[in-house]
Ligand binder design. Sequence first.
Ligand code: ZN
Ligand code: FE
Ligand code: FE
Ligand code: FE
Length: 158
Amino acid sequence: MFLNELADMNDAEHRITKALPKMMEAATCGELQDALENHLEETENQIDQLERGFELIEEKPRTKKCPAMVGILDEGDEIVAENKESPSINAAIIAACQKVEHYEIATYGTLCTWAKLLGSEPAAEILQEILDQEKEADQNLTDLSLAKNEEALEEAPV
Ligand code: ZN
Ligand code: FE
Ligand code: FE
Ligand code: FE
């Protein structure tokens, strides 16, 4: 179960690296673009960290399709497409990205607990580091959302 879930997140992170550049391109706010670019770099690093996690438990790195991330990213594409050319575009991107972060926070929390229970403290440490990055990314998006939701409200046609 632990290995399958690790492989699931490896797949999810790969999908996120493909989705983030599209979100950056759709964003019209420089600060949001910077936040997404920063998290793209972190995400690429997380893939390396996950590979390291597999090695620590003497397994080959692998992926297993994460249907949840496929769905969350599909929904993200949809909300972004629906709000192109709208003052709500940045708020839409933040909403979509926070769904991604929350799925990651839930799963890395579980993985971290399982690594400890299975007696792999080094793997647990890596997973905790990734979990902390996901929580920080989510918090940054919440901070940005205050201004972006305001902008959307002010500029939206009544
Ligand atoms: Zn801006
Ligand atoms: Fe991630
Ligand atoms: Fe999954
Ligand atoms: Fe993330």
